[in-house]
Write a protein that binds this ligand. Structure first.
Ligand code: GLY
Length: 360
């Protein structure tokens, strides 16, 4: 299926089809120099099958994890293109998760003042959220994403088959971003989540409580419903981005859970918590107690963390650097009814109180 997205500056297709990575040669214009950006955690065969479809492929593999979304790797991509003689008619393709997409997209936005960019996301998190909408960035001085550009891809290929090789923890982290959209925009989607994570008949609910969180991860149910989860998330994201490409208003809702989440992610030891896990923690203080209860039941099944043990002062300090900060206040998204949201300007003291609920 093809979902067309039309944000203000450019319209492009999101191709959602099992096996589409193998068909990239027919879906993308690759008869030119192509910088393929992947990471060491992505099976090599994905980048090599794409390379086989390109006229002049150059594969650049970055390290796995958020700490690699940095200016050094950004420079490495630009220098590689320059050394290989890339010109304005050549292109960049990301084959990986959100880190790859953000870094490769930003390099594409800057090289020769912009070359074509295509995204083939291989994690659930990037398939449901980060691969569309045109946010690209790198981290700087321990802060998430302060340097970047809005730069829309030319096409996005979403192949649910590639998720088969994804570890369960990555799958859960991606589901956190899908949950974010359900909580704020779509009550029916949230109930769908609750249904698919329900313990199956025969599973002992009392025993479940004794087990390590995530041990009962309902992998089969998730995989059975994965395309539905991707599609429902993308429809929400498309709708938001089309109304507010540059995050002047509505798009801020997609940052639900991200203010505290980014603070945690910046302070936690490098790559110890995934982005989706930090967002999962960050959503909890922004919900009414009733919604928090419902979310916690889902987190328990998915093995998502509900708190973390970090220095609260450091997390608060990091939140102060958030891009969303304006005149010492940050717009936060809260909800007390599933499928709805409210925006509020929060000051340092209010944010600290919220963060203290989950940073212990
Ligand atoms: N991931 C949030 C956004 O794209 O706005």
């Amino acid at each position: 299926m093809i979902l067309q997205i039309c944000p203000g500056t450019k319209s492009y297709d999101i191709v959602i089809e099992r096996g589409c990575l193998k068909k990239a040669g027919t879906l993308l214009p690759l008869q030119r120099k192509v910088l393929i950006v992947t990471d060491s955690g992505v099976p090599e065969r994905y980048a090599s099958s794409l390379a086989a479809a390109c006229k002049e492929p150059v594969i650049c593999t970055i390290g796995q994890g958020e700490s690699n979304k940095n200016l050094q790797n950004f420079q490495r991509l630009l220098s590689t293109m320059l050394a290989k003689g890339f010109d304005r008619n050549d292109c960049v393709v990301a084959v990986g998760g959100g880190i790859c997409g953000d870094l490769a997209g930003f390099a594409a936005a800057c090289y020769m003042r912009g070359v074509d960019f295509y995204n083939i996301p291989t994690t659930l998190l990037s398939q449901v959220d980060s691969s569309i909408g045109g946010k690209t960035a790198v981290n700087l001085d321990g802060i998430k994403n302060p340097v970047g550009a809005f730069y829309q891809p030319g096409r996005v290929l979403i192949d649910a088959d590639v998720l088969d090789s994804l570890p369960a923890r990555h799958l859960s982290a991606g589901l956190a971003e899908a949950l974010k959209m359900a909580v704020t925009f779509d009550e029916d989607f949230f109930r769908f989540f609750e249904e698919i994570i329900e313990p199956s008949c025969g599973e002992n609910k009392e025993e479940d409580k004794q087990k390590t969180p995530g041990e009962n991860f309902p992998e089969g149910k998730i995989y059975e419903n994965i395309e539905e989860i991707i599609l429902r998330s993308l429809k929400i994201k498309k709708d938001v981005v089309e109304k507010d490409e540059k995050e002047q208003g509505l798009r801020k809702v997609l940052n639900f859970g991200h203010t505290i989440g980014h603070g945690i992610e910046s302070v936690a030891p490098a790559d110890s918590l995934y982005h989706g896990e930090c967002v999962a923690i960050g959503m909890l203080p922004m919900c009414s107690p009733e919604i928090r209860e419902r979310l916690l039941r889902i987190y328990d099944r998915l093995g998502l963390p509900s708190s973390c043990s970090l220095d609260l002062d450091a997390v608060c300090d990091s939140m102060r650097h958030d891009k969303k900060s304006r005149g010492g206040k940050i717009t936060v998204i809260e909800t007390d009814r599933i499928g709805s949201y409210r925006m509020r300007e929060a000051d340092d003291a209010q944010l600290r109180e919220k963060a203290a609920m989950v940073v212990k």
